[in-house]
Design a protein around this ligand. Structure first.
Ligand code: PLP
Length: 378
């Protein structure tokens, strides 16, 4: 019912349910991050905030394993960082090579088209990674300016295992490489500089266990050179990195009002990464997700991805015959306050997607998921 000007809406106090978040994201937030979010607001140009911005940039470089000067949180969700990467790197007339092996390759394609680019595809079925020779053939055939791939495909639970090979062949063909690291940053081995990735973007709500709102992005000098020498400005004013340089670069001049509280949150989430140590954190995800995998396999269920490209942060488990995945997810939510998800696109109805990310990647959660799933599937 639409309300009229005369009616006062009768809305009760906010009391969201307390869920265990073991789906494709968001993951549960560490209480330290929530506490950081309740600290006082300062202005987005306050000298104390400028210090906080420096801290976040330094912590992001550590987490991405990069020395890239151009490392910032983009205001918005992972898709904003994604669009900042693609919308700035792809100029009208450019060609971008994108993968077909999951949901987020399609999103890359839509963004590249909107940026005025021509999209060409490198094929692999949903649920499989890209093979180096197939990518090499596509680079040979289409001569793209930009090659995008998804390091950790949240829709399929597949880890792209051969990243250094992919960047090497792309660079041999003079293509810049954009990596979607939304579901890998802070949870799965990722080495931006060593692997020669030109641009990587991520989301804070997955393995960093931070509420969405400020999303990591890093660009090499070479990628930034291309951005700064564009003939036409990018179509988005908000995500134009040459303008954002004024705020996140040396000048620290107003561009837009940064989501201050989200930047606080990201700072604390990244401090937790640094305290744990990035490599120990990758190991923890592998160990805890390994226990989850052993648990579901012990129940007689099968993982969808083979061991070589199993993605610890997102475990794709085959739905047994005769089981309705959405009913299982609903029952888990109602009975256990536990969130997992079903499949998307080509894998709709075929897989459960069980996340093991950041603060949610803990032994007690594994025992809980396995026990609850076993109960609901009985
Ligand atoms: N890329 C991948 C691999 C993702 O999993 C997601 C979100 O789940 C995105 C991009 C988009 O991020 P967001 O939903 O935060 O905009």
């Amino acid at each position: 019912m639409p309300t009229t000007d005369n009616e006062t809406p009768d809305v009760s106090e906010l009391t969201p349910p307390s869920r265990t978040l073991m789906g494709p994201g968001p993951s549960n937030t560490n209480p330290r991050v929530l506490r950081a979010m309740s600290t006082p607001l300062v202005g987005h140009l306050d000298p104390s905030f400028v210090e906080i911005m420096n801290d976040v940039q330094e912590l992001l470089r550590y987490t991405f394993r990069t020395d890239n000067e151009w490392t910032i949180p983009v205001s918005g969700t992972g898709s904003a960082a994604m669009e900042a990467a693609i919308g700035n790197l792809v100029e009208p007339g450019d060609t971008m090579l994108v993968p077909t092996n999951g949901y987020f390759g399609d999103r890359m394609a839509s963004m590249a088209r909107r940026a005025g680019g021509t999209v060409v595809e490198v094929d692999a079925p949903w649920g499989e990674p890209l093979e180096t020779p197939t990518v090499e053939d596509a680079l040979e055939t289409h001569d793209p300016d930009v090659f995008g791939f998804v390091h950790a495909e949240t829709s399929t639970g597949v880890l792209q295992p051969n990243v250094p090979e992919l960047t090497a062949v792309a660079h041999e063909h003079d293509a810049l490489v954009i990596a979607d690291t939304v579901t890998s940053l802070g949870g799965v081995e990722l080495r931006v500089d060593e692997w020669d990735i030109d641009v990587a973007y991520a989301g804070p709500q997955k393995c960093l266990s931070c509420p969405p709102g400020a999303s990591p992005l890093t660009l090499s000098d070479e990628a930034m050179e291309k951005v700064l020498s564009r003939e036409q400005a990018p179509r988005s004013w908000y995500l134009d990195l040459s303008l954002l340089e004024g705020y996140w670069g040396d000048e620290r001049a107003y561009h837009h009002t940064a989501p201050i509280t989200n930047v606080y949150a990201l700072r604390e989430a990244l401090r937790l990464v640094a305290e744990e140590g990035i490599e120990s954190r990758w190991d923890r995800h592998e160990r805890i997700a390994g226990a989850l995998k052993a648990g579901v396999e012990g129940m007689g269920l099968e993982m969808n991805a083979p061991e070589e490209y199993w993605l610890p942060s997102l475990n794709a488990v085959q739905v047994p015959d005769g089981i309705d995945d959405s009913e299982v997810c609903e029952t888990l939510l109602e009975r256990y306050d536990l969130e997992i998800a079903g499949g998307l696109g080509d894998l709709s109805g075929e897989i459960f997607r069980i996340g093991c990310m950041g603060h949610s990647a803990r032994a007690e959660n594994v025992i809980f998921v396995v026990t609850a799933l076993d109960d609901v599937l009985e």
